[in-house]
Design a protein around this ligand. Structure first.
Ligand SMILES: Cc1ncc(COP(=O)(O)OP(=O)(O)O)c(N)n1
Ligand SMILES: Cc1ncsc1CCOP(=O)(O)O
Ligand SMILES: [Mg+2]
Length: 221
């Protein structure tokens, strides 16, 4: 499958995003069953696991993802990505030099880069990004240091400049607004709380999956 297809329903989570007495494994398992096409392990915040526990957790999540043929992406931590044998890494503008990180991880691994403007997108693509994460598109409470809300205009701008670079919109996306993000030119949506905050991650992911696949059928050739 093409990377742009894997971006359709991109679930992002760590232990801090799990509620209702559900473990990260239960939440991810529900999301995968409901149709998540890519998973990013983003272990952050005051309750973040230590290095050893984080590695063990990543290995368990990798087994889950493999069972659904869904690639596993690790947020920020190239060492963890290598140690757990994940499929790729996601980095932001403050996570290091993109070209250096690309050469460190090699061309076999997927490299995603967060961007907030056309300029950042041009730099990221030149430096070797495989896909771009654009956001926050809408207000979010899942990222404390999120930049200001972009709306879908930046997605349109970047899509116009790069007709085939895989793009995912992220931040405040739910079943109700996912279609607009795809209509603007994204290949998919990245979500945390719309799935992890639900008492049924399975149902939440299924609803999102339906919206996203309908939108892809309507807006993408
Ligand atoms: C798919 C996707 N897009 C954007 C981000 C945000 O990355 P970053 O700006 O590095 O912030 P943190 O997630 O590290 O807090 C992402 N993780 N995934
Ligand atoms: C990781 C990330 N990057 C930009 S906004 C965001 C958080 C998205 O979380 P939610 O889907 O709960 O708004
Ligand atoms: Mg980061």
């Amino acid at each position: 499958m093409k990377l742009s297809n894997y971006l359709q329903l991109y679930f992002i989570a760590g232990a801090e995003n799990c509620h209702n007495n559900q473990s990260i494994e239960q939440v991810v398992s529900g999301a995968l069953r409901g149709g998540a096409t890519l998973f990013q392990f983003r272990e952050k915040g005051d309750t973040a696991l230590g290095d050893q526990e984080k590695l063990q957790c990543a290995m368990r999540l990798k087994v889950l993802c493999r069972a659904y043929s869904v690639p596993l992406i690790i947020n920020d931590d190239a060492e963890l990505m290598v140690a757990c044998g994940a499929d790729g890494l996601h980095i932001g503008q403050d996570d290091g030099d993109i070209a250096e990180i690309r050469s460190l991880i090699g061309n076999e691994k997927i490299l995603g880069v967060s961007v907030h403007s056309l300029n950042e997108a041009v730099t990221a693509v030149k430096a070797g990004a495989d896909y771009l994460g654009i956001g926050p598109i809408y207000p979010t409470s899942s990222k404390r240091d999120a930049k200001s809300v972009l709306g879908t205009g930046v997605v349109e701008q970047i899509r116009k400049r790069f007709t085939s670079v895989p793009i995912v919109g992220v931040g405040g996306i739910r079943a109700e607004n996912a279609k607009k993000v795809i209509a603007a030119g994204a290949d998919g949506v990245g979500v945390i709380s719309a799935i992890s905050g639900s008492c049924s991650p399975y149902t939440a992911a299924s609803n999102l999956w339906k919206e996203v696949t309908d939108a892809c059928a309507a807006y993408k050739s």
